[in-house]
Design a protein around this ligand. Structure first.
Ligand code: SF4
Length: 246
């Protein structure tokens, strides 16, 4: 479930219609609770809240309403990682799984692409708060993730060193207590034309070397991407639900 807007506004965003364009429709917290329950009735394995932070108070009310009406699915908080510790602590008891980015180790890259030079330290503190809250990565007998953290890292063109620094930092602290999702799907969007270095895709060999680097660090809990991931197949068409569906 995608929420309109995003607090980070990266220049390379592949979901710019939503993150900066504000695409979406206004609904009440009661309707949001109903949508959670409808997803459960349709057989969803979880409720995946994407860029939810700026609606956190309303989401908490909706989750209370939905749980009182029978919602039992795990709740995934799908975030850029640019979160305050206080925000994460307020989610105690509401979130089972954090699917969080760790975009940059470098303040310079964070400043250049997200106008957030403090991203590395903010994301690091937020991740620790998430870990203290939900603990180690765990799956049920069917192999479904029930609790824990998946850290997503999108490799950027020619930024292998920064990706390695992200892995160094995370592996040293969490090892395989968390799961790593290493992505090579970076796709240049029209808005990056002012950033010549971003007008390229990730080199296949660089990505492969990053995977080797992760394996050498001892990573065993991980998702990696294979084949051609660049292009529109990873950029969903955001046609909002019709008013009647909402
Ligand atoms: S954090 Fe993700 S959704 Fe938000 S602007 Fe950056 S890339 Fe887009």
């Amino acid at each position: 479930m995608f929420f309109s807007n995003c607090s980070l506004r990266c220049v390379f965003c592949q979901n710019a219609e939503i993150s900066t364009g504000g695409l979406g429709q206004t609904i009440t917290v009661e309707r949001l609770a109903e949508l959670f329950l409808e997803l459960q009735q349709q057989g969803a394995h979880n409720i995946n809240l994407v860029t939810p932070t700026h609606y956190q108070p309303q989401i908490i009310v909706a989750l209370d309403l939905a749980r009182a009406a029978g919602l039992q699915l795990p709740i995934i908080y799908n975030t850029s990682g640019y979160e305050t510790v206080e925000t994460i602590q307020l989610l105690t008891g509401y979130v089972d799984i954090y699917l969080t980015d760790f975009k940059y180790a470098s303040r310079e890259l964070a400043a250049r692409y997200s106008k957030a030079p403090d991203y590395p330290q903010i994301a690091e503190a937020a991740l620790q708060a998430m870990f203290e809250q939900v603990g180690e990565y765990s799956v049920d007998e069917g192999g479904m993730l029930r609790r824990g953290i998946i850290v997503r890292h999108l490799m950027m063109p020619d930024q292998r060193t920064d990706s390695q620094a992200v892995l160094d930092k995370l592996c040293a602290r969490y090892g395989n207590s968390i799961c790593y999702s290493l992505m090579n799907q970076y796709t240049p969007m029209p808005d990056v034309s002012q950033f010549p270095e971003l007008c390229d895709t990730v080199d296949e060999r660089e990505y492969s070397e990053l995977i080797d680097y992760a394996l050498n660090l001892g990573v065993t809990n991980s998702f990696m991407q294979e084949g051609d991931t660049v292009g529109e197949s990873y950029i969903p068409p955001f046609d909002t639900l019709s008013n009647s569906a909402l």
